[in-house]
Design a protein. Structure first.
Length: 501
């Protein structure tokens, strides 16, 4: 590693540890609570309808407020926003862990989402402004990408362990320990370049339109999963989201200090990174959803064993991010990492689509999960770096928020769209094979076969979407390798100022 220059904080690598720990906490929360839902439902006696809201309350505030959180980080300073997000997330987690009723739990989940929307873009934008030298940036984003991609699978394992051997409340309370370590480390080690804030007046119309539009879009996909795509509620929400987001674009093109400067997303390479990332997450979220049910319902794995079963994906993700993506990013153009990475992940889903009621873990799930992680890790790391590369330092927060927004919307689409496809295929299979189920044992087997057929059908669709993500990366992204220093696209701000509190 080269010796520090006046523009590089000598504590940046220690700071990376605590930034990644905070990101791990946010990513874990997306899956760790899912494992605990049945136990929480029994303890607090809430209905199946309200069970969905434990997930949706978090998704709505997180997805709806991400752009606002990114701009707040640019305006306040990323370190201050990071600490505020960490503290608020920990307090909201404590409130959820101590929940006495459904309303208290749902309120805590909404607060978690709100503070997560501040924390996630602040974390990524800190990396963007602290690591500007090409090779160092590759290493930092390789580690960060592995944490972001593999954290969801780790959440399934940790959620299973805590639910089975402790209590469902610990899936929320564990965040307090993550946050305490991250806050301590941030106070001691994290410094932010001075002079990189955005002092412009906050675009309140843009905040309201973006937050309302994104929340309506996320909720529309959630309702589509439960009510169907043809319901009046679903259609109304999609229409409202379209109108609000269209108005948002109009406002952003006309105001002097927009919430989201359109130059951030209209850049061909950054736009290609956002789009391909969002499409890839569609497939990944669908995979988590279906394989969790497949392992526990069809193969009868315990929550802990189900979490362990996902570990090959985490190993693949770490390998792809740190050993392939990070090593090649400074020598190879992003599209030649992202395209093949997404294609490899698509091929892995083709393997996983072969699941049967009696499939062997070693011959189907193990290679499929490892290759899925390897492909996504290889692609995610250069994509996340590219998505924030070259932006003005004062726009780093909003560019980072766009990465999280594309992933959040991709996750909402993946959960709703692929669930609908799986449900439809399951119903069709059960209907067409019903005559053969003449005994209770045959009926049980048919239900399992129909469920697996639905999962397999949806995974095939996910494989196609990932192939489309690969094509998008190959087509839209045309920049060279990221070995050069990460300069701003503003000619007056091509260097990063000295470090300050």
């Amino acid at each position: 590693m080269s010796s520090p220059t006046p523009h590089l904080d000598p504590r940046r690598w220690k700071a990376l540890i605590f930034i990644c720990l905070a990101q791990l906490m946010v990513v874990l929360d997306g899956t760790i609570v899912n494992i605990a839902l049945p136990s929480a439902q029994r303890a607090l006696h809430f209905s199946d309808g309200n069970r969905q809201w434990v997930v949706t309350a978090y998704a709505l505030t997180f997805g709806g407020l991400l752009l606002f959180g990114g701009r707040i980080a640019d305006k306040w300073g990323r370190r201050r926003a990071f600490l505020t997000g960490l503290t608020g997330f920990a307090l909201a987690s404590a409130l959820g862990g101590a929940a006495l009723n459904t309303g208290m739990l749902l309120g805590a989940r909404a607060l978690q989402g709100a503070f997560g929307a501040l924390l996630a873009p602040a974390a990524m934008s800190l990396l963007t402004v602290m690591f500007t030298e090409g090779k160092e940036r590759a290493k930092a984003f390789g580690i960060y990408g592995a944490i972001s991609g593999g954290g969801a699978a780790v959440g399934l394992l940790l959620g299973g362990v805590l639910t089975e051997y402790a209590n469902w409340r610990w899936t929320l309370l564990v965040n307090i320990f993550f946050a305490a370590v991250a806050i301590t480390g941030t106070v001691m080690e994290v410094r932010e370049p001075a002079g990189a804030r955005n002092r412009d007046r906050l675009d309140l119309p843009g905040v309201l339109l973006a937050s309302g539009g994104l929340a309506a879009l996320v909720y529309a996909f959630s309702r589509a999963e439960s009510d169907g795509w043809g319901s009046t509620t679903t259609g109304g929400l999609f229409a409202a989201a379209a109108v609000l987001l269209a108005l948002f674009v109009v406002v952003q093109s006309r105001v002097e200090a927009p919430l989201l400067p359109l130059r951030v997303v209209l850049d061909r390479n950054r736009g290609g990174a956002y789009l391909s990332l969002g499409m890839a997450v569609v497939g990944m979220f669908g995979l988590f959803l279906f394989l969790t049910y497949y392992l526990q319902v069809v193969l009868d794995y315990s929550p802990v064993i189900s979490g362990v079963a996902f570990l090959p994906m985490v190993v693949g993700m770490m390998t792809g991010s740190t050993q392939i993506g990070a090593r090649l990013m400074t020598r190879v153009a992003p599209r030649f990492l992202m395209g093949p990475g997404f294609l490899l992940a698509s091929g892995a889903l083709v393997i996983l689509a072969q699941i049967k009621v009696d499939s062997s873990y070693a011959t189907v799930l193990l290679p499929g999960l490892f290759l899925m992680g390897l492909g996504m890790g290889t692609a995610f790391m250069p994509a996340m770096s590219l998505a924030t590369r070259g932006v003005k330092p004062r726009d780093a927060g909003i560019a980072s928020a766009m990465v999280n927004t594309s992933q959040q919307i991709g996750g909402a689409i993946g959960t709703a769209l692929l669930s609908t496809l799986a449900t439809s295929a399951t119903h069709d299979y059960a209907t067409s094979h019903a005559r053969g189920a003449t005994t209770p044992a045959a009926g049980h087997l048919l239900r399992l076969q129909a469920m697996v057929h639905g999962f397999s059908t949806a995974i095939w669709w996910a494989a196609g979407i990932l192939a489309l993500a690969a094509a998008t990366a190959f087509t839209l992204i045309n920049t060279g390798h990221q070995g050069r220093n990460s300069h701003s696209d503003d000619p007056d701000q091509v260097s990063v100022p000295s470090m300050a509190h």
